[in-house]
Design a binder for this molecule. Structure first.
Ligand code: ADP
Length: 248
């Protein structure tokens, strides 16, 4: 594994009731890289994220992580999260009745319970970190607001901020711009690009306009394998990719 590689998936296969959802999948993600994973429905995108986060264990193959090339496959879900893999599901899951600030404070220590944060005396370091995170996600002027009052887009950014609070080395994000208007989508792009300067960010996405905005390397999955990889222009000019997307 090269020293710039964070995650190496090699020869991974997973079957569900005899059906190969992931079929000899191999590819790598760099340490400070923004990557989009695209592919038609059923291509294996969710199963890939489930494997990396430890939710699904493959039947074959290797998933190696970090400088020491440790196997993620021998680790439990909680240990993988601890090792630095963060995952953002499509729907935001913030504590709606807590302020933006308290949500970020809770996320700084992910073992802290919602009620504990109310009685917890924050250190100056925590406060600085919360401010920096709020700035990173563009919610500085919303810190005191109850999270339930935020727009859909703001909730998504808050959740990204909560994941960043745990300082993951790899952030997996599932369709972050779904349901957002153009300005919110642009802001989401900026947040993800910024986050990918210091960590790997993998975005699973359907929306090609959004992928174009991300302006990053794209991996196309089809039937559980990599069909094409490269810039968006490169992969979308590939005849096999065109055929798959047009359902031929
Ligand atoms: P994508 O996220 O690209 O739409 P998925 O990873 O969800 O694709 O699914 C890949 C294939 O595996 C699909 O055909 C899906 O029906 C199948 N699959 C996924 N999870 C399961 C499961 N738990 N049991 C049976 N089949 C599954």
């Amino acid at each position: 594994m090269s020293e710039r590689t964070l995650l190496e998936v090699s020869g991974v296969s997973v079957s569900f009731d005899g059906f190969k959802a992931i079929n000899n999948l191999s590819f790598q993600i760099g340490k400070a890289e923004l990557r989009a994973i695209i592919g038609p429905n059923g291509a294996g995108k969710t199963t890939f994220m489930d494997i990396v986060t430890g939710k699904t264990k493959p039947d074959e193959g290797r998933v190696l992580w970090g400088d020491k090339s440790v196997s993620l496959l021998s680790m439990r879900e909680s240990d993988i999260a601890q090792a630095g893999v963060g995952r953002k599901f499509q729907r935001p899951t913030v504590f709606e009745d807590q302020s933006v600030e308290d949500n970020l404070a809770m996320a700084l220590k992910n073992d802290r319970k919602p009620w504990e944060v109310l009685f917890y005396k924050r250190t100056a370091r925590d406060t600085d970190r919360i401010r920096a995170l709020a700035e990173e996600i563009g919610l500085t002027d919303q810190l005191g607001r109850t999270s339930g009052e935020l727009s859909h887009g703001q909730k998504q950014w808050l959740e990204i901020g909560m994941l960043l609070a745990q300082d993951p080395q790899l952030l997996l994000v599932d369709e972050p711009a779904a349901g957002m208007g153009p300005e919110e989508r642009d802001h989401t792009t900026e947040i993800l690009k910024e986050a990918a300067k210091t960590r790997a960010v993998v975005v699973v996405e359907h929306d090609m306009d959004f992928v174009r905005k991300l302006n990053c390397k794209v991996t196309v999955l089809h039937e559980g394998s990599v069909l094409a990889e490269g810039s968006l222009d490169h992969v979308t000019s590939n005849q096999e990719v065109i055929d798959v997307y047009l359902g031929r």
